[in-house]
Design a protein around this ligand. Structure first.
Ligand code: F6P
Length: 322
């Protein structure tokens, strides 16, 4: 079947670089002679038939912007078989034969369902969490890590002036990658992630010793999937009151701001790849990047596997933070 009309939507939590991905889908689609449509507010917009034609200028001046110009939503109705059928019917009625979905795990499930209902789909990893398997990195992850590292740089200044410890809670849902990569890049003494068991007695003792051996501050980075910053601080004080922990919850700040060049380039490559793969007849596939090579994997396989945690990096961070 020859693809003539494609649509693009962003879904789930937004991430920096989604706009660059939308731009790439639209401009590559037009370059290859397709009609391209945007769907506003993710799967909710699809069910509301909120679909509009896009041209070269509709994606001008967005490559540098965080958020998503198509907006995003989490849609309960689309999780039901009736909602999915309605979505497929709307796309068919409009003659749209290919759909690019940019989002996280939940968005992948939606694309998978639509493909089973006869719509050609491609899924792109748009989430700060880096929790999607069959891709080394997701769009937005690099920017989010940069934001955390920048925050820790600032915290180091004030913490070392007062010889305190800083507990930084970061996002990531069930995945510890933001904590891991930001922790390694900022020289955090302790990285607490859901993938690796931790012993609070050991952590408190090591922090105490480090202060005794001349360290002027201590940074503990905790992934939200492993616990809250408040809880970690409480447990540390119970073991050693002199650690004087101060908690910073970075929250949604991690999801905003201008995307890094790495995220813009990843988004541009993946967006273009998705369009080319749809044209070549592929469907129900997830686009990813592994060792800097673009790869295509069945969505089924991606949603049914858990991303592998990089234990080597985790151990490296521990060795370097003594
Ligand atoms: O999936 C992205 C993410 O930012 C997670 O890291 C976080 O747990 C969640 O979304 C927050 O969701 P919401 O924006 O709905 O509060």
């Amino acid at each position: 079947m020859t693809i003539k009309k494609i649509a693009v939507l962003t879904s789930g939590g937004d991430s920096q670089g989604m706009n660059a991905a939308v731009r790439a889908v639209v401009r590559s689609g037009l370059y290859y002679g397709l009609e391209v449509y945007g769907i506003q507010r993710g799967y909710q917009g699809l069910l509301n038939d909120d679909i509009f034609s896009m041209d070269l200028r509709s994606v001008g001046d967005i490559i540098q912007r965080g958020g998503t110009v198509l907006q995003s939503a989490r849609c309960k109705e689309f999780m039901t078989p009736e909602g999915q059928q309605k979505g497929a019917d709307i796309l068919r009625k409009r003659g749209i034969d290919g759909l690019v979905v940019i989002g996280g795990d939940g968005s992948y499930h939606g694309a998978n369902k639509l493909s089973k209902l006869g719509i050609n789909t491609m899924a792109l990893p748009g989430t700060i969490d880096n929790d999607i398997s069959y891709t080394d990195f997701t769009i937005g992850f690099d920017t989010s890590v940069s934001i955390v590292v920048d925050a820790i740089n600032k915290l180091r200044d004030t913490m070392s002036s007062h010889e305190r410890s800083s507990i930084v809670e970061v996002m990531g849902r069930h995945c510890g990658d933001i904590a891991l990569y930001a922790g390694l890049a900022s020289g955090a003494e302790t990285i607490i992630v859901p993938e690796v068991p931790f012993d609070m007695d050991e952590i408190a003792e090591r922090m105490e010793q480090n202060f005794a051996h001349g360290k002027r501050h201590s940074i503990v980075i905790v992934a939200e999937g492993a616990g809250t910053g408040e809880d970690v601080a409480k447990q540390l004080v119970e073991r050693c009151a002199t650690l004087e922990p101060r908690v910073t919850v970075l929250g949604h700040i991690q999801r905003g701001g201008t995307p890094t060049p790495a995220d813009r380039n990843l988004a541009s490559r993946l967006g273009d790849f998705a369009v080319r793969m749809l044209i070549s007849g592929e469907s129900d596939k997830a686009c990813g990047i592994i060792r800097n090579e673009l790869v295509l994997t069945d969505i089924d396989k991606v949603v049914n596997s858990k991303k592998e945690f990089n234990v080597e990096l985790y151990e490296l961070a521990a060795r370097l933070s003594q």
